[in-house]
Design a protein around this ligand. Sequence first.
Ligand code: FE
Ligand code: FE
Ligand code: MG
Length: 182
Amino acid sequence: MIVTTGGYVTKNCNLWKGVVEMGIKGREIVDMDVNGLVNLLNKALADEWLAYYQYWIGARVVKGPMRGAVVVELEEHAGDELRHAGMLVDRIMQLGGTPILKPEDWYKLTNCGYDAPEDPSIESILKQNIKGEQCAIDAYNNLLKLTMHKDLITYNIILEIVRDEVEHEDDLQTLLDDLEMH
Ligand code: FE
Ligand code: FE
Ligand code: MG
């Protein structure tokens, strides 16, 4: 089926019945290529799932001094990443897109990749996750620039997410600084 969105003609996936009836005006106000935007949101979705697992498994294998405090932080961040994944899926659906349906696509679409916590030391796990957060901040900052003045709904969702990522990076850096002072 064909849906026109703000001057762009978008071919929608047949999988989603009722896409024409649902949210037509909501998509009309998006002043950019919706398919391109959905693809970028799916790339972010892949990052969130990989980040979620990296934190979740990291919290279970991590070893060393101050372990308790680090586990609490890693688990909290894992929960945030999973919530971000849900926010992205909701927006992708509103835009008439198809969210990633197969885990194998996480690796195909990711911006930031996945760092396996093969070295379970606190220092190594913190550094891996700081690197991941820095990549996420860059990727989301690019999305902010792209959607600013074009799609304020997506812009606001991304702004809310990147605020968390900035906090995540800072929290991990604080833990790493504490560790290095010991
Ligand atoms: Fe996130
Ligand atoms: Fe994060
Ligand atoms: Mg935190």
